[in-house]
Every structure is written in structure tokens, then in C-alpha cells.
Design a protein around this ligand. Structure first.
Ligand SMILES: Nc1ncnc2c1ncn2[C@@H]1O[C@H](COP(=O)(O)OP(=O)(O)OP(=O)(O)O)[C@@H](O)[C@H]1O
Ligand SMILES: [Mg+2]
Length: 323
């Protein structure tokens, strides 16, 4: 069954002199109990897509211009604010990119966890405390009762991230969105948090969206992968297919940037050129200035997202059967 269906999502930002389009016609489905990886370089619209699912785009300057997000029979973009507040943190929850800015430094972790529980479940305080401790232990916190009484600054970065994940899980969401859950952490802690997400994926019956700029990370966890560039979906397919048969030149470039132990003597590849700013997205295919297979057509015409094989979508003229 489909858990969430996003279709033709457009998000824009009002800047001084123009309107910049951060998300341009993004569509995807997430099945129940499956994990979608959203991958792409910085600034390509991953966070804005995720924030739209919770209707958390800062408005102004941001605005969801168009689209629909169907979840449990309702279009989230049409719900009154009161109803979306009930869904946020309850049926859909999110682990934000920056854990320090989303935990409040002046309250204990326990206070913040219980506050989240109280917003969504009407259970007595004692039971809420027990639930909080249970979830903290589920995310691998060794001393949950002590952590309940700790302030965020008293915890290490890895433990803070676990608290964030616990807060997101405490009301048993149907969909968990994790936005770059490991970027602020050192490599060994990163690996532990990824193990935790992997474990949650196996043990909880929820769907997940995992956002990262590192394709290597989604390889272990995601079922499907959506590759984004300049606010658009460039490729969408199963994780297995993406690694075995990557089609878009951008995806192939991203795959070459994954560090591999066997080739550690080689310098890591980088994708030449830069992600375009929203004010000057190139005409035609937005990736054409950085693409070594670009033709005249790519400079002038905007490619649509086409089906190259069942369940493998790609936005590139190289696979355009009509051409
Ligand atoms: N408050 C804002 N005002 C103007 N533009 C914004 C604002 N927030 C985001 N944007 C623009 O929206 C675009 C998409 O941003 P988004 O945060 O979704 O990128 P991202 O893919 O999550 O990148 P990262 O990997 O760096 O987190 C960016 O180009 C950014 O400049
Ligand atoms: Mg982001």
C-alpha cells in the first residue's frame, strides 16, 4: 500500500528581485514500510521537499505554489493548520538536519520528549515518562533515566542525535523523515547512527525518507532512490537498479564520488562545475553545463522524466525513445 503520494510539488522563495524556484514539479510515492532515499548535492531542494511533506516551509519567504501530498486519504497541502499540527510529530515526524537547533537548550531531554508525547497521545504523566525511557533505550541510549534529566548540552553529538531520533519515534509515526541525520557527526558515530536507522527500518513498521548527499549511505538502507538536481527529479528507481544500472550522467557522477576502500590511493573524484544558483538555472537540462555527454538539444530543450524500463525513471535525452 502507498503511505504517501507527492505529486507535482512546486516550492518557491521570494528573493529581493525575483522568485526562485527551489522545487520544480517533484512527484514520488512512498510505499508502506519502505525507505526512500533522496540524494543530490547541496542546494538541490532535498530539505525543501521534505519540509513540504510536513508543511514547514518558512512562509514568507517560501511558498508551496502547487502540488498535492496525499497521506491517509487527505491532501496535506489542503488541511487546516490545526489538523496538520496533529499530523506533525505524530503520524509524520522528522529528524532535522541540525540537531542543536531543534533541541531546546533550556529544557531537559525528558521534558521535551514528554511534551511531544502530550501533544499527540493522552496518557498519564507516569506512562509518558516510561514511554520516553523505553524509546531512548530503543535508540541505543545506555542510561535512559539519566538522559531524561539531562540538558542537550550535557550529551555528546551522537547521543543528541539519538535523542532527536527518539523524539521523532515516540508517537510511532507512519512516516519518519531523516534529513542528513549523520552529517554533523564524526565517522564512527555516523556509522552507529546509520546502524540504528537500519535496525529501525527492520524492526518498526514505518516508512522512511532518508535524505543525504552521499549515495553510499542510501545503498545500505533505502529501497528506492530519488536523485535530485536543481529542484527536479533526475532519476528515480530501486536502490538495487540505481547501483547496477545508473542512467543519468549526474547519477553516474555521484556514484564516482563515493569513497571506496579499495581505491584509497586514488584521489576522490569530484563533479566538475557547480550546482547552479536558483536565480540562474541553465536553460534546457539544468545539468548540461556540467555534463560531458551534453548535446545541442540538452542546451535548448528541457527533458521530461521518462520511463526507461519498468520502475526506472530518468530525465535525460540520452534515453528519450521519441528522439
Ligand atoms: N529561506 C530561504 N530563502 C531563500 N532561498 C532559500 C531559503 N531556504 C532555502 N532556499 C533555497 O532553496 C534551495 C533548496 O534548498 P534545500 O535546503 O532544499 O537544499 P538541500 O538539497 O537540502 O541542500 P543541503 O544538502 O545543503 O541541505 C537552495 O538553493 C536554497 O538557496
Ligand atoms: Mg538540506
Amino acid at each position: 500500500m502507498t503511505c504517501l503520494s507527492c505529486s507535482d510539488l512546486h516550492v518557491s522563495f521570494k528573493l529581493d528581485r525575483c522568485t526562485a524556484k527551489a522545487v520544480r514539479g517533484v512527484s514520488f510515492d512512498i510505499d508502506d514500510k519502505s525507505t526512500l532515499g533522496i540524494v543530490g548535492e547541496s542546494g538541490c531542494g532535498k530539505t525543501m521537499t521534505a519540509l513540504s511533506l510536513m508543511r514547514l516551509i518558512p512562509d514568507p519567504p517560501g511558498k508551496i505554489e502547487k502540488g498535492s501530498i496525499l497521506f491517509e486519504g487527505k491532501d496535506l497541502l489542503k488541511l487546516p493548520e490545526r489538523e496538520i499540527r496533529n499530523i506533525r510529530g505524530g503520524r509524520i515526524s522528522m529528524v532535522f538536519q541540525d540537531p542543536m537547533s531543534s533541541l531546546n537548550p533550556v529544557y531537559t531531554c525528558g521534558f521535551q520528549i514528554i511534551e511531544t508525547i502530550n501533544q499527540h497521545l493522552s496518557i498519564p504523566r507516569k506512562q509518558a515518562e516510561e514511554l520516553g525511557e523505553k524509546v531512548l533505550s530503543e535508540v541505543g541510549i545506555p542510561d535512559p533515566s539519566r538522559t531524561m534529566t539531562s540538558y542537550p548540552h550535557q550529551l555528546s553529538g551522537g547521543m543528541r542525535q539519538r535523542v532527536m531520533i527518539a523524539m521523532a519515534l515516540v508517537c510511532s509515526p507512519r512516516l519518519l523523515i531523516a534529513d542528513e541525520p549523520t552529517t554533523a557527526l564524526d565517522v564512527t558515530v555516523q556509522a552507529k547512527i546509520l546502524d540504528l536507522l537500519h535496525h529501525l527500518r527492520e524492526t518498526k513498521s514505518m516508512s522512511m525518507v532518508l535524505i543525504t548527499h552521499n549515495l553510499g549511505i542510501v545503498g545500505d538502507i533505502a529501497d528506492n532512490v530519488m536523485v535530485m538536481y536543481a529542484g527536479e527529479v533526475m532519476e528515480f528507481t530501486s536502490c538495487k537498479e540505481l547501483f547496477e544500472n545508473p542512467l543519468h550522467p549526474y547519477t553516474r557522477n555521484l556514484l564516482q564520488t563515493i569513497p571506496q576502500l579499495e581505491v584509497k590511493k586514488e584521489r576522490l573524484k569530484v563533479i566538475p562545475g557547480e550546482v547552479p544558483t536558483l536565480q540562474n538555472i541553465p536553460s534546457g537540462c539544468p545539468f548540461h553545463p556540467r555534463c560531458d555527454q551534453a548535446s545541442e538539444r540538452c542546451r535548448n530543450e528541457h527533458p521530461g522524466l521518462t520511463l526507461s524500463s519498468p520502475d526506472h525513471h530518468v530525465r535525460c535525452f540520452l534515453y528519450d525513445k521519441q528522439a
